[in-house]
Design a protein around this ligand. Sequence first.
Ligand SMILES: [Cu+2]
Length: 116
Amino acid sequence: MREVSAVVVVLIIAAQAAAHAFPDHSEPRVGSTVDRPPSLVQIWFDGAIEPVFSTMRVETEEKQRVDKGDARVNPQDNRLLEVSVPPLPSGRYHVYWSVIARDGHRTEGDFRFRVK
Ligand SMILES: [Cu+2]
Protein backbone atom coordinates (compact mmCIF):
# COMPACT_ATOMS: atom_id res chain seq x y z
CA MET A 1 0.00 0.00 0.00
CA ARG A 2 2.83 2.34 0.82
CA GLU A 3 4.47 1.66 -2.58
CA VAL A 4 1.25 2.49 -4.40
CA SER A 5 1.05 5.84 -2.63
CA ALA A 6 4.58 6.72 -3.65
CA VAL A 7 3.81 6.01 -7.32
CA VAL A 8 0.71 8.20 -7.22
CA VAL A 9 2.69 11.11 -5.81
CA VAL A 10 5.28 10.84 -8.57
CA LEU A 11 2.60 10.80 -11.27
CA ILE A 12 0.91 13.89 -9.87
CA ILE A 13 4.18 15.81 -9.82
CA ALA A 14 4.91 14.78 -13.42
CA ALA A 15 1.45 15.88 -14.53
CA GLN A 16 1.83 19.28 -12.90
CA ALA A 17 5.21 19.82 -14.50
CA ALA A 18 3.78 19.07 -17.96
CA ALA A 19 0.57 21.09 -17.54
CA HIS A 20 0.37 24.56 -18.95
CA ALA A 21 -1.52 27.77 -18.37
CA PHE A 22 -0.98 28.76 -14.77
CA PRO A 23 -2.24 32.09 -13.47
CA ASP A 24 0.34 34.85 -13.59
CA HIS A 25 -1.64 37.56 -11.85
CA SER A 26 -5.18 38.79 -11.44
CA GLU A 27 -7.21 41.93 -10.99
CA PRO A 28 -8.31 42.28 -8.23
CA ARG A 29 -5.13 40.70 -6.93
CA VAL A 30 -5.26 37.42 -5.03
CA GLY A 31 -6.19 38.07 -1.42
CA SER A 32 -6.38 41.82 -1.90
CA THR A 33 -8.78 44.44 -0.60
CA VAL A 34 -9.97 46.97 -3.16
CA ASP A 35 -11.41 50.40 -2.35
CA ARG A 36 -13.68 50.50 -5.39
CA PRO A 37 -15.76 47.61 -6.69
CA PRO A 38 -14.27 46.25 -9.93
CA SER A 39 -16.40 46.01 -13.09
CA LEU A 40 -14.42 42.95 -14.21
CA VAL A 41 -12.53 40.14 -12.56
CA GLN A 42 -9.52 39.28 -14.74
CA ILE A 43 -6.89 36.55 -14.59
CA TRP A 44 -3.79 36.59 -16.78
CA PHE A 45 -2.26 33.20 -17.52
CA ASP A 46 1.28 32.31 -18.57
CA GLY A 47 0.09 30.76 -21.83
CA ALA A 48 -2.82 30.79 -24.27
CA ILE A 49 -6.08 29.29 -23.06
CA GLU A 50 -8.95 27.75 -25.00
CA PRO A 51 -12.07 29.93 -25.17
CA VAL A 52 -14.58 27.09 -25.31
CA PHE A 53 -13.59 25.27 -22.12
CA SER A 54 -12.23 28.09 -19.99
CA THR A 55 -14.55 29.50 -17.38
CA MET A 56 -14.74 31.57 -14.23
CA ARG A 57 -17.38 32.47 -11.66
CA VAL A 58 -17.55 34.84 -8.71
CA GLU A 59 -19.45 34.09 -5.52
CA THR A 60 -20.10 35.73 -2.19
CA GLU A 61 -18.88 34.01 0.95
CA GLU A 62 -22.45 32.67 1.21
CA LYS A 63 -21.99 30.90 -2.15
CA GLN A 64 -24.32 33.23 -3.99
CA ARG A 65 -23.17 33.72 -7.55
CA VAL A 66 -22.68 37.39 -8.44
CA ASP A 67 -20.93 37.51 -11.82
CA LYS A 68 -22.86 38.30 -14.99
CA GLY A 69 -22.29 34.86 -16.50
CA ASP A 70 -20.26 36.20 -19.42
CA ALA A 71 -16.88 34.63 -18.60
CA ARG A 72 -14.73 34.75 -21.72
CA VAL A 73 -11.21 34.72 -23.03
CA ASN A 74 -10.41 38.28 -24.07
CA PRO A 75 -10.57 38.45 -27.91
CA GLN A 76 -7.43 40.64 -27.99
CA ASP A 77 -5.44 38.57 -25.50
CA ASN A 78 -5.73 34.78 -25.44
CA ARG A 79 -3.99 34.63 -22.04
CA LEU A 80 -6.64 36.74 -20.33
CA LEU A 81 -9.77 35.24 -18.77
CA GLU A 82 -12.36 37.73 -17.56
CA VAL A 83 -15.92 38.02 -16.31
CA SER A 84 -18.15 41.04 -15.68
CA VAL A 85 -19.56 41.78 -12.26
CA PRO A 86 -22.24 44.26 -11.19
CA PRO A 87 -21.30 46.94 -8.64
CA LEU A 88 -20.38 44.71 -5.70
CA PRO A 89 -21.30 45.78 -2.17
CA SER A 90 -18.67 45.67 0.57
CA GLY A 91 -17.77 42.12 1.40
CA ARG A 92 -15.64 39.13 0.63
CA TYR A 93 -15.76 37.37 -2.75
CA HIS A 94 -14.53 34.04 -3.97
CA VAL A 95 -13.38 33.50 -7.56
CA TYR A 96 -13.31 30.02 -9.10
CA TRP A 97 -11.61 29.43 -12.44
CA SER A 98 -10.94 26.50 -14.75
CA VAL A 99 -9.03 26.68 -18.01
CA ILE A 100 -7.78 24.40 -20.76
CA ALA A 101 -4.38 25.21 -22.22
CA ARG A 102 -3.57 24.80 -25.91
CA ASP A 103 -2.02 21.40 -25.11
CA GLY A 104 -5.34 20.17 -23.66
CA HIS A 105 -4.31 20.25 -20.01
CA ARG A 106 -6.82 21.60 -17.54
CA THR A 107 -5.79 23.72 -14.60
CA GLU A 108 -8.18 25.14 -12.05
CA GLY A 109 -8.11 27.08 -8.84
CA ASP A 110 -9.71 29.76 -6.77
CA PHE A 111 -8.86 32.89 -4.86
CA ARG A 112 -10.52 35.54 -2.74
CA PHE A 113 -10.65 39.29 -2.70
CA ARG A 114 -12.49 41.83 -0.61
CA VAL A 115 -14.35 45.02 -1.48
CA LYS A 116 -13.93 47.64 1.22
CU1 LIG B 1 0.28 21.21 -20.41
